[in-house]
Each structure stands twice: as structure tokens, then as C-alpha cells.
Design a protein around this ligand. Structure first.
Ligand code: SF4
Length: 69
């Protein structure tokens, strides 16, 4: 199964922020959740429908942030 099938719309959304914890694994955080209560910070994947979806101008997986734990 490809990553886009697992993650769904967030994979190519400009609001998606990939979080890579030092302990391993990957989390997908919704940037819209910071300012809009309709969105959850870590949506249940795969996201198949979303009113906030906007196509990323570049690969959405380019945005990585270390998770401080
Ligand atoms: S706006 Fe929707 S599609 Fe985009 S990152 Fe947030 S939950 Fe995913």
C-alpha cells in the first residue's frame, strides 16, 4: 500500500506538517488545527474528505519538524 493511500488527502495538502519523533515513526499534523477548531491536530488517517484541503504547490512530505519529547 502506498503512502498516499495510508495518509489520504493530507499527503498532498499544503497544511500538512510531517512530524518525525526521535524515537521513530511518523505523525501527520494538520496546520489548520492551530487556528481553526474544525480541524484536529492529528487527524485519523486516511483522511478521505476534508473541507480544508488545499493542494500543496510542492511535495507535502518536504515539511518535516522534529517532535520534542
Ligand atoms: S486541512 Fe485537511 S487535508 Fe489538509 S492537512 Fe488538515 S486534515 Fe489533512
Amino acid at each position: 500500500m502506498s503512502g498516499s493511500l495510508v495518509v489520504g488527502l493530507c499527503q498532498s495538502c499544503r497544511w500538512m506538517r510531517r512530524v518525525v519523533p526521535r524515537r521513530g515513526g511518523t505523525f501527520f499534523r494538520c496546520g489548520r488545527a492551530e487556528t481553526d477548531s474544525r480541524f484536529v491536530r492529528y487527524p485519523r488517517l486516511p483522511v478521505l474528505e476534508c473541507v480544508g484541503y488545499e493542494t500543496s504547490p510542492a511535495s507535502s512530505l518536504a515539511s518535516e519538524e522534529p517532535l520534542l519529547d
